[in-house]
Design a protein around this ligand. Structure first.
Ligand SMILES: C[C@H](O)[C@H](C)C(=O)SCCNC(=O)CCNC(=O)[C@H](O)C(C)(C)COP(=O)([O-])OP(=O)([O-])OC[C@H]1O[C@@H](n2cnc3c(N)ncnc32)[C@H](O)[C@@H]1OP(=O)([O-])[O-]
Length: 113
């Protein structure tokens, strides 16, 4: 899933939550759609941060769903929607960021769109 919290008053924090590597399952993708809508429609939110948990950003698509019937929002339009956000979106990356989340393994860092 994706948890939504507001930090520092004006930052919408979206936390990817899908142990063990926060992979982008159908539920996580739907959670990102829902939390993005919530953050973008909240006047008090001026920017968004997307992060993972347990020292991992995201292991990419959820390989446990490979070979099963696709459900939930497709990944590519979701990434395009993040890129088209009307508010700045920062990916706070710790550990791995694989697949379409950006194939990298960084100790920490962030990218903005
Ligand atoms: C176009 C776009 O590209 C498309 C859309 C895609 O995105 S394609 C998908 C792209 N993503 C991948 O190919 C990621 C492959 N995984 C890895 O490279 C590594 O796992 C790791 C992330 C660097 C962590 O290494 P690790 O050594 O710390 O732990 P582990 O022992 O390997 O794995 C620890 C546990 O995590 C599980 N796991 C790892 N990756 C997973 C994933 N993507 N989805 C679901 N579970 C995953 C793994 O099965 C094991 O579970 P269990 O056995 O304990 O129950």
């Amino acid at each position: 899933m994706a948890q939504y919290t507001r930090v520092a008053g004006s930052v919408g924090l979206i936390t990817l939550q899908n142990p063990p590597v926060n992979a982008l399952s159908a539920m996580v993708r739907q959670g990102v759609v829902d939390t993005m809508e919530r953050a973008l429609s909240a006047p008090e939110v001026k920017s968004l941060v997307i992060c993972g948990q347990k020292e991992t950003f995201c292991g990419g698509a959820d390989i446990r769903e490979f070979g099963t019937k696709m459900s939930g929002p497709p990944l590519t339009p979701l990434i395009h929607a993040i890129e088209a956000s009307t508010k700045p979106v920062v990916a706070a990356i710790e550990g791995v960021a694989l697949g379409q989340t950006g194939a990298s393994r960084g100790d920490s860092g962030s990218t903005a769109s």
